[in-house]
Design a protein around this ligand. Structure first.
Ligand code: NDP
Length: 298
């Protein structure tokens, strides 16, 4: 399995032996060639004068643990994890941060002599993008979270920690949204926020200040069955997808919402991982700006 390890960009700790101070990181996924993470982390490294190399690593679908083992053996210091390995990353970590436990998934690994620490930075990335970059507070707001997959699970607790007035979760498969609500109800400290699961059909008479699309419907250009009345005046519509204008974004814009895609979340979750690894928090605004120049506006 290790023989199949595929590292894009070509540099590895052994081939770059002359640079003894360079620390190596990677993003592991399948597929992975499209990942923007190396560009983002190299930009952070330049901004903060950190000596790192960051690679894309394609793991075989049945070889995630072996791939991680191989990176550790080569001296890598950590890795980001993307589709479809976030649950396996959760399983192989010998220690989990609280937010990884809350999310039930891991997107950031830290390799230490004592073992592998698993963290999840997706939720903090979303909340930071909405509150700091876009400048909209979640506190006291009516929030609709669409989707009940890994991304939705990952952002659930950080959204609740920002104290919205209410959170409604909706999903094509309603049982998954109901299970998310049950897990929240089992946690005493979250009871101050009203959290419910509603079917798409039950959203008819409701309005929300913030509507977050955490589904992958945009990948297939599928329209979500949302009523056009769900957007309150001055509503924010946020699609976690980035790099394209999804049907959800077009729909939200048509019905008066201010629309953002998930580019800022991507960069903020990366910044949090960079901070965990390097102890330095990069300024994300020039990196967000760099990517915005290169993609269609939302
Ligand atoms: P999952 O596969 O875990 O979940 C997919 C979700 O989308 C499920 O809730 C699924 O519903 C729903 N869905 C898929 N197709 C449709 C459709 N046609 N109509 C209605 N619902 C649909 O994916 P993730 O949760 O990991 O990712 C979701 C999205 O978030 C992806 O687009 C991903 O790129 C993005 N993302 C962005 C990040 C960022 O940094 N910007 C970080 C992480 C994710 P059901 O349960 O019924 O199948």
């Amino acid at each position: 399995m290790v023989g199949k390890l595929l590292i894009y960009r070509g540099l590895t700790p052994s081939s770059k032996a002359k640079d003894l101070m360079t620390d190596f990181y990677a993003v592991i996924g399948n597929p992975i060639a499209h990942s923007k993470s190396p560009i983002i982390h190299h930009a952070f490294a330049e901004l903060t004068r950190q000596d790192i190399q960051y690679e894309r690593v394609m793991a075989p679908l049945d070889g995630f643990a072996e791939t991680v083992g191989s990176l550790i053996a080569q001296g890598f210091k950590g890795a980001n994890v993307t589709v479809p390995f976030k649950l396996e990353a959760f399983e192989i970590a010998s220690q989990l941060t609280e937010r990884a436990q809350d999310a039930g998934a891991v997107n950031t690994l830290i390799f230490t002599p004592q073992g592998i620490i698993g963290d999840n930075t997706d939720g903090v990335g979303l909340v930071r993008d909405i509150t700091e970059n876009i400048g909209v507070s979640l506190k006291g707001k009516r929030v609709l979270l669409i989707g009940a997959g890994g991304a939705s699970e990952g952002v659930l607790h950080p959204i609740l920690a920002a104290q919205p007035a209410m959170l409604i979760i909706t999903n094509r498969t309603l049982d998954k949204a109901l299970n998310m609500v049950k897990r929240v109800e089992a946690r005493d400290e979250m009871v101050y926020v009203s959290v419910q699961a509603h079917a798409f059909d039950d959203l008819q008479d409701q309005q929300f200040d913030i509507v977050i699309n955490a589904t992958s419907a945009g990948l297939t250009d599928s329209q979500l069955p949302l009523p056009s009345t769900i957007f309150a005046p001055n509503a924010l519509a946020y699609d976690m997808m980035y790099g394209r204008i999804t049907p959800f974004m077009a729909f939200a814009q048509q019905y008066g919402a201010t629309v953002f895609d998930g580019l800022g979340m991507l960069i903020e979750q990366a910044a949090e991982a960079f901070y965990i690894w390097r102890g330095v928090r990069p300024d994300t605004s020039p990196v967000i700006e760099m990517f915005k120049q290169a993609q269609p506006s939302a």
